[in-house]
Design a protein around this ligand. Structure first.
Ligand code: 3H9
Length: 694
């Protein structure tokens, strides 16, 4: 079916585009618009209106066409042709006008939008720049500083704010088509000029603004190439329009060829794919969730309560005593104040969200809850007691979820008489900020419970990824080898700082030793104490943290762990005492310390992660490699521009990965480096994870 239709309504030529789900500017759409605009030049219409059907205006170029040979008409040429039209062209926007969609609107002579619309140039999130005139037309309309904010941030802005900035001419509510037709009629009646943004001059070009933006991006978008190309492209808007657009084109092609963009595009599709459960029909009926209850008002419970309250749910927060409840609610208040300070919510919104959270100490208050999430301490016995209690008070059909990060969801479910209603919802700290949600499907979890929780995850603004049941699920299970190698590198010859720097420079948000200090060294210590010695793994990998904990050095919270922390600023400093401990313990364990290069540190940690990821795929714990990539980039600070650990494995080549693992197995510790069966079989077939996942 042709996605572009045309009719003349009271002398206005109306081009309607219908290309579900998001009206992406595919080749068929581009060519349909081009031929229609051309034909309209000589018909009886007085002006041309471009409007979209469905939920949204154009959400951008069609990302699924990227990486394939480009097809005419190219979007920048189409937009230039629209701008050159001898008849007025007006864009009417609703929903989202993103990327190439907004660029097309900016090539029109006037723009009208619904008050609920949002506009933006999110290309940076795909490792790209707005390559259809966006870096040239936007500065001409709103100036350089606001342009840089819009394009480097990539976050859409409300249409009202865009109108204030100068991107939109008229904001309306109600029926967009009617309002737009009226708007066009007025323009025609007053012989409004053909306003071409390419003909405007860019105001106030201050070289310092570009220098500041570059400095800011080297910090906040460390390692990423697209932001620097965006700055250069926006800078080229000081040239005559055609020359600036030529430069934009060159830089866009550079971005497109950059492996970073391919990695980010992989993640875009992986995130959407992760929402789909392979063995569930898309049409499965979900349960209705209105009332939500959270058990435990600690840091996690309070954060989870906020996620639901912010999405409009009524939340009951249960604690064991009035004192702990009051403390929990006070933290929630403080977090809301933080959200207001960071500009995430305005004062009124924060008050309204906070008002949706009610505290209680009485389990009877959970009787009407549609969903209960247990977020008590990581103590298996305690969790089982909570679930046994929930089984007696909750109504039939209520979903009972545990926020455990490690425990066996099936064993927890077995303490109830309704294992089919039990599921894991593993949030990440701080829960009201972190986007990842691991949804843990127990052996007996009902399909509609799983479907409900996956959909709910999206409704509360999370990125849900399903995991099967195993110790630590996808994310924390993989982390064990990563942390083990960090500790082994330390005791074998490195320093906390050298290890953190190696991983940080490689792109991780934080180094592993700093992460351990932040999480608290006592957490792992307690978990190890609960295990028999034979279950604790390689003693060289936990000897130093055990000594530190026994000295009272628990990490950031006690002012010292692997590093020392300033009581006021929390600034980190190296500690010679820690190195003395490391050297002493290495000696006691018969280890001869040696210098370890940054490359070796990175490969040992990252390849340990990848190898365990392979086991997780083989066991069916994760549905696909892309799901693991989504978990790691959203939950563990893995650099998104490397596409996630499994995508990264394919990019360096599985042959190389196994070669290094074999070498570590021979040279280091054979037990720690058993290549995963899946890795071996893919290498034997000269294949890749991408092909395996097809
Ligand atoms: C660009 O424009 C470059 C130009 O500057 C220069 C060119 C020369 N293309 O997210 P959802 C699919 S770069 C193709 O679940 P929501 C998506 O895969 C582009 N497909 O819905 C999914 O498919 P499926 C700049 C796209 O309501 C379905 O639509 N634009 C595109 O939560 C629903 O998506 C962007 O980066 C696309 N552009 O959110 C915008 N967009 O059902 C990217 C979506 O098979 N898109 N799909 O899994 C978004 O931000 C969100 O999709 C949007 C809707 C907010 C629009």
């Amino acid at each position: 079916m042709n996605p572009v239709s045309y009719e003349i309504v009271a002398q206005i030529g109306v081009i309607s585009v219908n290309n579900p789900p998001v009206n992406a500017l595919s080749q068929a759409v581009r060519s349909g618009i081009q031929s229609t605009v051309r034909a309209a030049q000589t018909d009886s219409s007085k002006a041309i209106l471009i409007i979209c059907e469905g939920n949204t205006f154009f959400a951008g170029a069609d990302i699924s066409e990227f990486g394939k040979p480009p097809q005419v008409p190219y979007l920048p040429d189409l937009i230039n042709e629209i701008e050159a039209s001898g008849k007025l062209v007006i864009a009417a926007m609703h929903g989202m006008a993103l990327g190439g969609g907004l660029e097309l609107a900016l090539g029109c002579h006037y723009r009208i939008a619904l008050d609920s619309a949002r506009v933006g140039l999110p290309e940076v999130k795909l490792g790209l720049l707005p390559g259809a005139g966006g870096t040239q037309r936007v500065p001409r309309l709103i100036g350089i500083p606001t342009t840089l904010q819009l394009i480097l941030g990539g976050t859409p802005m409300p249409a009202v704010a865009a109108a204030e900035a100068g991107l939109i001419d008229s904001i309306v509510s109600g029926d967009l088509r009617e309002a737009a037709l009226e708007f066009v009629r007025t323009l025609v009646a007053r012989h409004a000029p053909l306003r071409r943004s390419s003909e405007l001059e860019v105001a106030d070009i201050d070289p310092q603004v570009f220098a500041d933006a570059r400095a800011e991006m080297s910090r906040s978008a460390r390692g990423q190439t697209a932001p620097l190309r965006i700055i250069e492209s926006v800078r080229a808007s000081s040239l005559p329009f055609a020359a600036g657009q030529q430069r934009e084109r060159e830089l866009f092609v550079e971005c497109m060829r950059d492996p970073q963009s391919a990695a980010l595009r992989h993640l875009f599709f992986a995130e959407r794919e992760a929402a789909r459960i392979k063995d569930l029909p898309r049409s499965i009926e979900t349960r209705r969730i209105n009332q939500v209850a959270i058990i435990g008002a600690g840091t996690m419970g309070g954060g989870i309560a906020m996620c639901f309250a912010n999405a409009g749910f009524d939340v009951t927060l249960l604690e064991v005593s009035a004192g702990t409840l009051a403390r929990g609610l006070a933290i929630v208040e403080k977090n809301y104040a933080g959200s207001v300070q960071r500009g995430k919510l305005d004062e009124q919104e924060a008050l309204a969200c906070r008002a949706r959270i009610q505290g209680t100490t009485d389990y009877a208050a959970l009787a009407d809850a549609d969903l209960v999430i247990e977020a008590v301490f990581e103590d298996p016995q305690l969790k089982k007691e909570v679930f046994a209690k929930l089984d007696t008070v909750c109504k039939s059909g209520a979903i009972l979820a545990t926020n455990t990060s490690y425990q066996d969801v099936d064993a927890i479910a077995a303490t109830t008489r309704r294992a089919a209603d039990v599921i894991g919802m593993h949030f990440f700290s701080p829960a009201h900020i972190m986007k990842l949600l691991e949804v843990v499907r127990g052996k007996k979890t009902a399909d509609d419970v799983l479907a409900t929780v996956m959909a709910l995850g999206k409704r509360i603004g999370k990125v849900p990824v399903m995991s099967g049941v195993c110790y630590g699920f996808i994310g924390n299970r993989m982390l064990q080898g990563y942390f083990r190698e960090a500790q082994l590198c330390l005791i074998e010859g490195s320093t906390p700082q050298a290890i953190d720097t190696a991983l940080y420079d490689w792109g991780m948000a934080m180094g592993p030793i700093s992460v351990a200090d932040l999480a608290g060294l006592d957490v792992g210590y307690k978990a190890r104490q609960a295990l028999a010695e034979s279950q604790r793994g390689d003693p060289r990998s936990y000897r130093v943290p055990d000594v530190l904990v026994e000295m009272g050095r628990l990490g950031q919270k006690s002012g010292a762990g692997f590093y020392r922390y300033d009581a006021v600023t929390r600034a980190r400093s190296d500690d010679a005492e820690v190195m003395q401990i490391v050297e002493r313990e290495a000696h006691a364990m018969g280890i001869r310390r040696r210098p370890i290069a940054a490359d070796e540190i990175v490969e040992r940690l990252i390849f340990a992660l990848i190898n365990e990821g392979m086991n997780i795929l083989d066991e069916g714990i994760a549905q696909r490699p892309g799901d693991i990539d989504v978990v790691y980039t959203y939950g563990y600070g893995f650099p998104s521009w490397r596409g996630g650990p499994m995508y990264y494995a394919d990019t360096v080549g599985l042959n190389y990965v196994i070669e290094r693992i074999e070498e570590f197995r021979k040279r280091l510790h054979a037990n720690n480096w058993q290549p995963a069966a899946l890795l071996k079989s893919l290498v034997a077939k000269n294949s890749s994870l991408a092909r395996w996942a097809e």
